[in-house]
Every structure is written in structure tokens, then in C-alpha cells.
Design a protein around this ligand. Sequence first.
Ligand SMILES: *Cc1c(COP(=O)(O)O)cnc(C)c1O
Length: 461
Amino acid sequence: MKKSKSLSRREFVKQSSIASITAMLAGGASNVVMANGITGVQRPAILGGKPAWDPIKWPKWPQWNSETDDKQVLEVLKSGVWSRAGVVTEFEKKWAEAVGAQRCLSVVNGTNALIVALNQLHVGGGDEVIVPPYTFISTVSSILANGAIPVFVDVDPKTFQMDPAKIEAQITPRTKAIMVVHILGLPSDMNAIMAIAKKHKLLVVEDACQAHLAEYNHQKVGTFGDAGCFSFQNSKNLPIGEGGAIVSNNNEFMDRCYSYHNLGTPYGTAVGAVGTGSIMYNTKVRFTEYQAAIGLAQLKRLDAETTTRNVNAEYLKSQIKDIPGIAPYELYKNVTRGAFHLFAFRYKKEAFKNLSRAGFLKAMRAEGVPCTSGYIPLNTQPFLKDTFATNNFKKMYPKEMLDINKYNERNKCPLTEKLCGEEAVWFTQNMLLGSKQDMAAIAGALEKVYKNAEMIKRQEQ
Ligand SMILES: *Cc1c(COP(=O)(O)O)cnc(C)c1O
């Protein structure tokens, strides 16, 4: 934000609102939970009061600055070299550096990063892969796409991450890998998970599709396991529209991933005789030069944005953690940096006069604070039964393994179900790029809804 330029209308509106919010906070109208209920509190927007914040002012996503970002993208466009070449290689080198991995291979999206990584770790038919049910569909579909069966481990609702204490009970002789998901962009408990993997000789694939630059013990996530996978889809913290990457320190594995993603043509240690064509079973999921050019522009702002999200998330958490019925995410003690793709908390309606979560979300949105309830549990979705009914699966597994009732029984995750069905509330990462006043406004809206919960609930009925 350049102070020298005259203020645009939006900036002017924003600054004026900051002034009014600051005045409101100074007046004490909204920053402490009052013992005497709703007196002295502003009317909630859903009941006709003034919204705590105007939604138009949340930071836009994705960010783009023509002055600094257009040049390389236009050069690529004008060059006519659009298929994989030097710019993709440069992006891969920079992403490997950013996360502290030796190698990086970019692919079309995060979904295919997961599919390729599992495939080249030779996870396939007859295998089981341990995975949390609280994640994006691709985590689980990448396992099924390779012919393996997902085995679910419930989450710890405090952290929203797969609970390491529940992993061992799900391990069988078929278990080949643990798929760790750093959900919300917050690191899972890697010390515990890596110890279990080591003990049982299991592969570890990290779904870090939401966790760009997140750290555990000062080490970037995606670099703990045998492979780390990232997404650059438009909503992600490093947005390219579509895009994905695999990182690893295993040269032989990365050479095979390259070969596999490029029609099976020889690459590095994945060698073929001169003049021979494809050397392995393969697909084609190559990244393009213009995607890489967009990625390089986005990469320049990622670190600073990540710092802002961390600062704002911590501040917001401090402002809302004492509101009864609001339980913000908790971090494992070894987490040294979050990516905060999402800011999540658990909503306990008992503390809000039994106002439903849907009613709470509606009231918050009316205050100008966008929020959602997030995921549905993946362990109970119809795509599993459908996959088990395919000819491929019927040929690969004994009948009783594909019995959906037995499968459901084995894969119960009651804590995830409660989280998804009743408690989880999300704010998206772009909101965390706002100002401290923006965070105060979110906290103010939460308090307003808390104090008026009774009235809001009555009006809902
Ligand atoms: C986004 C995402 C993916 C898939 O990435 P795409 O680039 O959208 O294919 C996988 N896992 C998680 C946890 C994600 O958030």
C-alpha cells in the first residue's frame, strides 16, 4: 500500500471503517464478554443491526500486481514455448529450495501429485493406506485411483489432524503407507507419525496441498516422508489456477516420477536404450510454462503472506479463545510455523443457547464475516461403495474386504463426524491477510452473536 498516492474510494472507506472500529473497541462496546447479557451490545446484523464489517473489504484472492508480475508471463506467452521447458524447471528448482527438498516435480494439479507419488512408491492393488477422513476428496481418491484401499483414522478434534494414537490399531499386514494430511495448513504430529511408520516399515506420503511453508521443528512439511505433495489450485496459498508438485530427496524415485508423468520416456536414472521409446507404465500430467511463470510471481509473495497469516491467526485466536463455546484450533508443540490455509474453530452450541451451527454461520455472515462449516466426513461417502463395485477392485480383493457394511464398521470415525456435522467453522486464508482491525472485527462479530444468541435463535424459529 503506497501512502503517497491519493486514497482510492475503497481504501478511503476501509480507513474510515478502521477508525470507527477502533473507536468502537476503545469504547469497550465489543471487546469484553459482559456478565449482564445483551445490554449495551449492538444489535446483530441478522436482526437488522449494523454489520460488524463490510464483506467487500476482505483481501482479494488471488493477489496480482501487474507492475511486478506481468513481465515474465507475457514473455512466455510471446515466446510460443508453452509446453514444459526452462520456466517450469526454474519453478521446480525454486519450490524445492523454498521447502528445503532436493528435488521437485511439477504436475497438473495436487490430485495428480498424490496419484503419481503413490504410484511410483508402488502403492497399488492389494494394499491399504492409512488416511484421515477429515480432508479434501483427492487425498482419498488418489489412493483408490492406484487400486489401494483407504483405511481411516479418526482426527483429534482439538488439532483437526489425524490422531497418531489411533493409527496402530488400523495397521494390518496389507498396510503399505500412511498418508498424512496437514489439514488447514497446520502440521500434523510428525514425530509421532514418523516413529509409527518406522516401527512398522511403512511409507509416508504427505498431503501438504494446504500447507505451503508450514514447519514442524523448523523443518518444512512435505519433507518428512518419502514424498510430499502440494497443490497450486486457485484457492491455495500459492495460487496458479491449477498446478501441483511432488518433492522428495530420493533421486531414483523422482526420476521415475518424471518418467511416469511424461509418457514413460526415460529420465535420469530411469534409463532406456538409445532409440527406445517409453520404458514404463505411464501417463501425461505435465505442467506448462505459463503456469510456472504465474507460480514464480506468486512465490515471491508467499513467505511474507505466510508471516502475515501467522501473526493474524495468533492475534485472532487470542481475541476469541475466551468466548464461551468457541474452541480455536490447537497446534502440536513442535509446530514452528503454520500455513493457515484455513482458520478453524469448534463451535459449541450449548454455550450459544443452543443456536444451531447453521444459525450461527448465518448470523456471522450477516455481520460481514464469511464462514463455512467445511468438510463432510469422507469415510462414509458413496464413492467408496461405487469403487468397491468396480471390476478392477473385485479382481484385486477378496469379497469380504469389499463388503461395505464390514468396511464401514472398521472405518468408523465418530469424532470426525461430530466435527463435520456439528462443530467445525472455517475462515479462509485470504481473510488472514487483512489488518489487525479486520481480525478485531471478526472477534467483535463473534461476541455480538454470542451475546445475542438467545434473540437470534428465537427469531430463527
Ligand atoms: C486442494 C487439495 C488437494 C488437491 O489439489 P488440486 O490441485 O485441487 O488437485 C489434495 N488434498 C488437499 C488436502 C487439498 O486441499
